[in-house]
Design a protein around this ligand. Structure first.
Ligand SMILES: Nc1ncnc2c1ncn2[C@@H]1O[C@H](COP(=O)(O)OP(=O)(O)O)[C@@H](O)[C@H]1O
Ligand SMILES: [Mg+2]
Length: 339
């Protein structure tokens, strides 16, 4: 059996602090909440954990504070089997925090989020300069937008220079340079990020996401230089826009959607792991949509990310191509199914 794929994530760690209340307080007001929870996350950490649960050998590069949140974040990601030896501990800045107010009413839950990037924004190009040479030893690089843009750009350029495929997940949306798009082998925004970056909203009609809107977004990204666009559309699935034209990828339906948090992280991480395992792009997209469907069927971000064994079983149950499910065998026996 070939070696397990080596995936590098250069990305964020955030501790989510989630207060639920029946209504959000007005300015200057105090309301009594109904519950409180903390949950380790950050797009970088979530994607690293998902790749590891799917059997890849994963290294994460990033920064946490010298505080209890930082220690919990590192322990959680390490316990998932991710190499955290290249995560720096910042002596001055606090760990990144996602401060979430969940307003839970009869109609459902709405969130208001304040992200304090803290130590994540203290990562410098100099800190990661060792990757300039070392990056060639990885099979795939995953990047998001929760670290300073110069760091994201430098890592993408080095990976591109060494011929290592790069996934750029532009989340949260931020202005993106033509250079970065030219270094991104794969570019995967969700519908909201795509609308912000291109100025074209994607409307959902009776028949689902409107094809004319998807075409407008895809053309705008192609004009900006994106070569291989994977646009995720929440419960509308995703589309792949490349040389083959626009290919829709249906969602894998689950009986109950418990929590859509981390759907995108789960999806892009699975796609990259699938490509590393030798799947063709449409096969990797099917693998990603089944992985993300399991994630949304469970509560929480990190705890909900499924293992390779769970995804293969789910794909078999849903009648996916047996040849694809067999190709994924290469990933079994990694971290994902040990613990
Ligand atoms: N309700 C759902 N049921 C099944 N799959 C889903 C659901 N919501 C999202 N997904 C899957 O997760 C992928 C990413 O979700 P999306 O909401 O676009 O990302 P993000 O978390 O970045 O907002 C979708 O393309 C789809 O495959
Ligand atoms: Mg979404």
């Amino acid at each position: 059996m070939a070696d397990r794929p080596r995936i590098l994530v250069v990305g964020s760690f955030m501790m989510d602090l989630i207060a639920s209340a029946r209504r959000a307080p007005a300015s200057g007001e105090t309301v009594v909440g109904t519950s409180f929870a903390t949950a380790p996350g950050g797009k970088g950490a979530n994607q690293a954990v998902q790749c590891a649960r799917l059997g890849a050998q994963v290294t994460i590069v990033g920064r946490v504070g010298d505080d209890p949140f930082g220690r919990i974040l590192l322990d959680t990601v390490r316990e998932a089997g991710v190499d955290v030896s290249h995560v720096d501990i910042d002596p001055c800045e606090a760990s990144g925090v996602g401060h979430i107010l969940l307003e839970v009413t009869e109609e459902g839950a709405k969130n208001r989020i304040t992200v304090c990037p803290g130590a994540n924004f203290r990562v410098t190009v100099k800190d990661v300069s060792w990757l300039r040479e070392e990056i060639g030893t990885y099979d795939f690089v995953l990047l998001q937008f929760e670290l300073p843009m110069p760091v994201v750009e430098a890592v993408a350029e080095w990976a591109h220079g060494k011929g290592v495929p790069v996934m750029v997940n532009p989340a949260p949306a931020a202005p993106i340079s033509k250079d970065l798009l030219s270094w991104a082998t794969y570019f995967s925004p969700n519908e909201h990020e795509a609308a912000i970056l291109t100025g074209h909203p994607i409307r959902v009609g009776e028949e689902g996401a409107r094809p004319e809107d998807i075409r407008a977004v895809a053309s705008a990204f192609q004009a900006m230089g994106a070569q291989n666009l994977i646009l995720t559309l929440g419960d509308q699935g995703s589309v792949w826009a490349g040389q083959e034209g626009i290919v829709p990828v249906p969602c894998a339906r689950v009986p109950h959607v418990a929590d859509p948090t981390a759907a995108g992280d789960s999806f892009v991480a699975a796609f990259c792991t699938g490509v590393c395992a030798g799947l063709a792009q449409p096969e990797a997209l099917a693998f990603a949509s089944h992985t993300a469907a399991l994630t949304v069927s469970r509560m929480g971000a990190m705890p909900s990310l499924p293992t390779i064994g769970e995804v293969r079983a789910f794909m078999e149950e849903r009648g996916c191509d047996g040849a694809v499910v067999r190709k994924l065998e290469i990933l079994e026996g990694g971290n994902g199914d040990e613990g």
